[in-house]
Design a protein. Structure first.
Length: 172
């Protein structure tokens, strides 16, 4: 039987600081092999620092959750925001600690977002994934996401994000 998973909202400044430390740990473990250490460090600072997350909350209504075991062990984190203009939810982040990968936590995370979207009346959820992130692509395709676009975004400092945009309808 699969472990129970809890999605704990990140609410306090202390929790946001803990999330930023977790993000740096996960990113520095996983991403340098795909995008290099310099770009990884830049992206951690630009998108996963306390200041970046506070900005995203204020400007875009981002929500953050720790992905935890029922005993409170932090396994990873996830985040996203409503997009009323498109009737969709943008899943910005789904990142797991190395020891938590391969435990079907992505499936449970998307079930969490599916329920959230149904409650809010959204018809779909979508995300961006690096074209070279085979682990992520496999997880997303295995959970019903399909590629709907490809984008290259200049993120500054000479770096780009070369991503697929993937979408999944919300279940009825």
């Amino acid at each position: 039987m699969a472990d129970k998973v809890v999605f704990k909202p990140v609410e306090t400044r202390e929790e946001l600081e803990a999330l930023a430390r977790l993000a740096a740990e996960i990113w520095m473990d996983y991403w340098p092999a795909l995008i290099g250490e310099e770009q990884t460090r830049y992206m951690v600072e630009m998108f996963h620092s306390v200041e970046a997350m506070e900005r995203d909350r204020a400007e875009h209504g981002y929500e953050y959750w720790f992905i935890q075991s029922e005993t409170g062990d932090v396994l990873g984190y996830t985040a996203g925001h409503d997009e009323p203009e498109s009737g969709r939810y943008y899943i910005s982040k789904v990142y797991l600690k190395p020891e938590a990968r391969g435990r079907h936590l992505a499936t449970r995370t998307f079930a969490f977002f599916d329920e959230l979207c149904r409650k809010r009346g959204w018809h779909a959820m979508y995300l961006n994934v690096n074209k070279g992130n085979e682990l992520g692509l496999r997880a997303y395709r295995g959970n019903g996401f399909q590629v709907i676009d490809a984008v290259v975004n200049d993120i500054g400092n000479g770096f780009v994000m070369d991503d697929y945009v993937m979408e999944r309808p919300v279940s009825a």
